[in-house]
Write a protein that binds this ligand. Structure first.
Ligand code: ADP
Length: 562
């Protein structure tokens, strides 16, 4: 809009340049060729040089006329202006200086300079005053009275002031235009964000630097039961009562955490206690409005994950029920197939016996799959059976390892268990190591890992070791098997992940074993990881919280007494 207005004025100025560009050469031609008898006429007596420069200005004016709207119009018009101003100055000097009638044209050009910019106004002012200075210093001589000189000075000073005013006005209007443009842009943006915030399904709460509520959107009102007008200005603690889904010690409100650290938080497992005391499962994201600081407040976004969780629960329930119900028929199938394969019960042709053995293997695989599915769905539900007790881990592990002896011997693999002084800072603690865990879960965990080692090791040995320091115990299961590549190690504990290689393809499995192991270790807030070199072997490490011997023995003795 502003640009259009400016362009309009530039076009007018270009018109003036073209007009003068025609006037000077035309007058020159007139006096030279048509009316030589008028050679003494002040007005018509045109300098050869002025006419020449004006002709150039004319050509230039015509050249830029169609292009003035594109590229840099201000620069283009400045060149045209300078050309015509030069022509006028030459003509002015030639036709009598301050007494020349062309002084009016000069005054007109001074005013027009205000349209283009301050630099031209300044230039015109400097040139004009320099001329007056030359006259005052008698360098340029004119035979005029000092009264007239003052009159002429006013006649040139006034246009300078007008030009300056024009420039000031155009600047101010440009400023006003850009401010009003900006504010209208801003209000459009504000409307847009307001619209998005109103329409969005997620709850959005904007807090100020003190943690008081600045804004809540309609979804936040619906979710929390708080009306926007009631919540405004309150501390977030009044409205946003966030609790962990699974009660945990040392829980800290995520918003408080962000206000303390200045770092954003995204977490899924919260319940929001609404105004009426109901619980809504929410995923929460809290971000400071300024990077690394809540000095300008924070924004809290909450998503109702209740429906999603309910769908997941239904899926897990279905898997759990189906896998549980499958166990009995599969056990029966396996039982009958075992009977069929027993030569004391029935004598089968070798080919038929082979079929029966293959069926037995498949039924066994199916049984394992359902067992693993049941365990993993329980883990996801947070329903892993857990009856923790003070457990003598040394004795338990020795017994578990012994349970795999037969299989190891069949494969010709050396299997051993020992208690060690442990890695680096871990010293042997006498004599046994205890933990507060469910022994069945530990059995499931270590069975899985030892079975894997047996499955994925062709020859060599499997060493199971147990060590501890004051607080932590560590179990290492080291084999000389096929090993795992770094890429595969990263995904090993994911659900259904199996390494696909020519070596592993032959070995049956579900890809759920390590996933279940991880869930068990997580249950006790422990750690599970693997170190492996492809082709050389793997070591699976488990760390669990240790139970102090005195506490463990006290607990065991108390049980004995009861
Ligand atoms: P699976 O039922 O396939 O054994 P797991 O979750 O127990 O499922 O193991 C996932 C994958 O990890 C396996 O398919 C196997 O390729 C690899 N793996 C696990 N333990 C070992 C091991 N001790 N040595 C080499 N590879 C292993």
């Amino acid at each position: 809009m502003e640009l259009q207005k400016k362009l309009h004025w530039y076009q007018n100025l270009n018109g003036l340049i073209i007009f003068l560009g025609i006037l000077f050469p035309a007058a020159y031609a007139l006096i030279t060729y048509a009316l030589p008898q008028q050679a003494d006429n002040d007005l018509l007596q045109i300098s050869y040089l002025a006419a020449g420069i004006a002709a150039v200005a004319l050509l230039y004016g015509l050249f830029i006329y169609p292009k003035l709207h594109n590229q840099r119009p201000q620069q283009a018009i400045t060149i045209g202006f300078l050309l015509i101003a030069a022509a006028t100055a030459v003509q002015l000097h030639y036709s009598g200086g301050v007494t020349s009638p062309y002084l009016i044209v000069w005054a007109l050009l001074i005013i027009a300079s205000g349209i283009v910019g301050w630099h031209l106004v300044l230039l015109m002012a400097v040139v004009t005053n320099a001329y007056w200075a030359l006259i005052a210093l008698d360098i340029v001589e004119y035979d005029i009275s000092s009264n007239r000189q003052i009159l002429y000075m006013i006649a040139t000073t006034l246009p300078i002031m007008v030009a300056f005013l024009i420039w000031m006005y155009s600047r101010a209007s440009q400023h006003i235009q850009s401010v009003s443009g900006l504010s209208s842009d801003l209000s459009i943006e504000q409307n847009k964000s307001q619209f998005v915030l109103q329409a969005i399904e997620d709850a959005v709460i904007v807090l100020n630097e003190k943690g008081n509520i600045d804004y809540i959107n309609p979804s936040a009102s619906t979710m929390s039961g708080w009306q926007a007008k009631d919540a405004a200005g309150l501390s977030y603690t009044s409205m946003l009562n966030l609790q962990p889904i699974l009660a945990s010690e040392g829980f800290q409100d995520p918003i408080e955490k962000v206000y303390q650290s200045g770092k954003p938080i995204v977490a899924d497992d919260f319940k929001l206690i609404t105004q009426s005391g109901q619980e809504v499962m929410v995923g929460v994201s809290v971000s400071p409005l300024k990077e690394s600081s809540t000095s300008e407040g924070a924004v809290v976004v909450m998503r109702d994950i209740g429906k999603q969780k309910a769908a997941e629960d239904r899926k897990n329930d279905f898997i759990a029920t189906a896998s549980h119900e499958m166990r009995t028929p599969i056990a029966q199938i396996k039982g009958y197939l075992e009977l069929l394969a027993n030569p004391n019960v029935i004598k089968l042709e070798p080919k038929a016996l082979d079929y029966v053995n293959k069926s037995y293997k498949s039924a066994d695989h199916l049984g394992n799959l359902f067992k693993d599915l049941l365990a993993s769905s329980q883990g996801e539900d947070g329903k892993i059976q857990n009856r923790p007790d003070a457990v003598d881990m040394t004795a338990l592990l020795r017994e578990i390892v012994q349970g795999h002896d037969k299989k190891a011997q069949e494969k010709g693999i050396q299997l051993s268990f020992r208690q060690v002084s442990g890695p680096s800072d871990i010293k042997v603690i006498s004599p046994n190591i205890y933990a507060y865990v469910d022994p069945e879960r530990i059995r499931e965990l270590t069975d899985n890992l030892i079975e894997n080692s047996l499955k994925y090791t062709k020859e060599g040995s499997i060493d199971v070791t147990l060590g501890a320091n004051k607080d932590i115990l560590q179990i290492d299961i080291k084999d000389t098997g096929m090993g795992i590549s770094v890429e595969n190690s990263k995904h090993l504990f994911e659900k259904f992940y199996r390494v696909d290689s020519t070596d592993t393809r032959e070995i049956s499995g579900t890809g759920l074993g390590l996933y279940i192991c991880k869930q068990i270790v997580d249950l006790y807030r422990g750690k599970l990881w693997v170190d492996s070199i492809l082709g050389e072997g793997s070591t699976f490490h488990i760390q669990l919280p240790k139970l102090a011997n005195t506490t463990a023995l006290e607990m065991i003795n108390r049980k004995k007494v009861v």
